[in-house]
Design a protein around this ligand. Structure first.
Ligand code: A2P
Length: 345
């Protein structure tokens, strides 16, 4: 197949520019790369591989003639436009939550379940950022010892909410340091010098973020029997999500063996030298590709218990990089196509 024509939708947001940067950085084989956003940004310019590309307006028809579109423009935009792209023969890798739990849509982390991409019908979903780093760390442990239970507390960066949230943290921090009034608008409370046990909207007693983490982990690991309890927390960090994770396994798994399994796992870098204050931090993970894992230790409070600390760049591995890795997987497996029955003549 000739190199695909690639559209990057949401090119002016928090994730789109990362998608463009990572496509260029990894030398993704594309015949063309074209940025798209809403009518508001049409005509503006974004950087790609040393050039300034003109942003085009996304419409029902504008993805006709493209082979692949990477969408990072929110669930509403994906719901509205991804099916239109597919009808016109352009397959979609979607970053939003719009199609993730659709049984006909594969939910893919290339290091964890690449085979799931094979049966796609035009759309592949990219999991939620907090799910991606969790399953990359859990997969080698699950394969060896079968995880039965996971308790996770997340510490999520504001960039996961988007550009406006990043601005809000900047403005509130400056106001607080200057002794001025702190105004909250993106979040219900100030995020500067604060933590909020509230990511995404509430869905009953849990938040949607917590429900996503649980359901997506089940789908990707192909095991609904894993008990998962999650509390997702927004913290005043720009970039990279952290997770404190406790697991229980069916078979015993010593901390040393878990460390070895993680050292050999694709996409993981173990940073675990407590005597030298060696553990992953959001600043260390920011800008990198790996999921960093440290504080690997046995948890004596439960049978076959282990505790871990997992950190990854939410805009790269949590979003743009995982999307580009899915695109690379599709190229390798010659899967960039929309099945005929999904197209509308
Ligand atoms: P625009 O800048 O034109 O609004 P963020 O993740 O920072 O919230 O960014 C969201 C991205 O999704 C932006 O690039 C935004 O473009 C884009 N977007 C939002 N709504 C639409 C839409 N209806 N059609 C195309 N792109 C959209």
């Amino acid at each position: 197949m000739p190199d695909p024509r690639v559209a990057v939708v949401g090119a002016t947001g928090a994730v789109g520019p990362e998608v463009l940067a990572i496509l260029a950085e990894r030398g993704f084989p594309a015949a063309a790369v074209v940025p798209f956003a809403s009518a508001r940004s049409a005509g503006s310019r974004v950087g790609f591989a040393g050039e300034q590309l003109e942003v085009r307006e996304l419409t029902d028809d504008s993805l006709a003639g493209f082979d692949l579109a990477l969408f990072s423009a929110g669930a509403g935009t994906s719901r509205r436009y991804a099916p239109e792209a597919v009808k016109r023969g352009c397959m979609v890798i979607d970053k939003s939550s719009a199609f993730r739990m659709d049984p006909q849509v594969p939910l893919v982390v290339p290091e964890v379940n690449p085979e799931a991409a094979d049966g796609h019908r035009g759309i592949i979903s990219n999991p939620n950022c907090s799910t991606i780093q969790l399953v990359v760390a859990l997969k080698p442990l699950h394969d060896r010892a079968r995880i039965r239970n996971v308790t996770v507390a997340t510490y999520q960066a504001v960039s996961g909410t988007g550009k406006r949230a990043m601005e809000e943290l900047r403005e509130q921090s400056a106001a607080a340091l200057g002794g001025g009034d702190v105004q909250a608008s993106v979040y219900p409370h100030p995020i500067a010098f604060n933590v909020l046990p509230h990511c995404d909207a509430f869905d009953g007693p849990d938040t949607f973020e917590e429900t996503k983490l649980i359901k997506e982990t089940h789908k990707i690991l192909g095991d609904d029997g894993i008990g998962i309890s999650a509390t997702c927390v927004r913290v005043p960090v720009w970039r990279s999500h952290s997770e404190a994770v406790w697991i229980e396994t069916e078979r015993p798994l010593a901390a040393d063996e878990a460390r070895q399994l993680l050292e050999a796992a694709p996409g993981v870098r173990v940073v675990d030298d407590p005597s030298a204050a060696g553990y992953p931090t959001p600043s260390e993970a920011a800008g990198g590709d790996d999921v960093l894992v440290g504080r690997i230790r046995e948890d004596g409070s439960r049978r076959n218990g282990l505790a871990l600390w997992v950190v990854a760049d939410n805009l790269r591995k949590g979003a743009a990089l995982n999307g580009v890795q899915i695109a690379e997987l599709l190229v390798r497996r010659n899967l960039i196509r929309v099945p005929q029955q999904e197209r509308v003549a």
